[in-house]
Write a protein that binds this ligand. Structure first.
Ligand code: MN
Length: 192
């Protein structure tokens, strides 16, 4: 059974950039619901027990499950793994990942240019979804957005950074001002 991972910070630790009410509802309600819904599907398939969520999403298209359950694993499993990764990247104290910075500079010239591209992609994504920095199958970095809870793992890509741009991630504090949310989020992205 999959579990909701503990947060590395208190609900109010990301203020004022991400407010306590949003963090609590996002984590304890939205994220928890994805965990519950995923477990309800996985328990139907004892053969899948022991596989990591990364493996399940990587092999999504060939899993021995019904098409209806494949869609549930895509949505609910992606919902769990995306949020696990999202929270792990956040905090008020910067712990810069120097290897990641070097890789970004190799691929995008400067961190600033990368941030511009990522921000533009986040603000421009239509509807619910996530923005990703990934390492692709040729070890090149790519920035793109995916709808809903789709995972780069299903495309054979390795996620390096991500931002949730579903309205539930920002609406209480920022309402329709997604661009302001994205600008503020850079302050609590620990690793960059
Ligand atoms: Mn979310």
């Amino acid at each position: 059974m999959f579990e909701l991972p503990k947060l590395n910070f208190a609900y109010d630790a990301l203020e004022p950039y991400m407010d306590a009410a949003t963090v609590e509802i996002h984590y304890a309600k939205h994220h928890q619901t994805y965990v519950n819904n995923l477990n309800a599907v996985i328990e139907k398939y004892p053969d899948l027990a022991g596989q990591s969520l990364e493996e399940l999403l990587k092999n999504l298209n060939t899993l021995p499950v019904s098409e209806e359950d494949r869609k549930k694993i895509r949505n609910q499993g992606g919902g769990v793994l995306n949020h696990n990764f999202f929270w792990s990247l956040l905090g008020q104290t910067k712990q810069i990942d120097t290897a990641l910075v070097a890789e970004i500079e190799t691929n995008f010239e400067t961190v600033e240019k990368f941030k511009e591209l990522f921000t533009k992609t986040a603000v421009g994504h239509f509807g619910s979804g996530w923005v990703w920095l990934v390492r692709d199958e040729n070890s090149k970095l790519q920035v793109y957005s995916l709808p809903n809870q789709d995972s780069p793992h299903t495309m054979g890509h390795t996620p390096l950074l991500t931002l949730d741009v579903w309205e539930h991630a920002y609406y209480l504090k920022y309402q329709n001002r997604r661009a302001e949310f994205v600008d503020n989020w850079w302050n609590i992205l620990r690793v960059l």
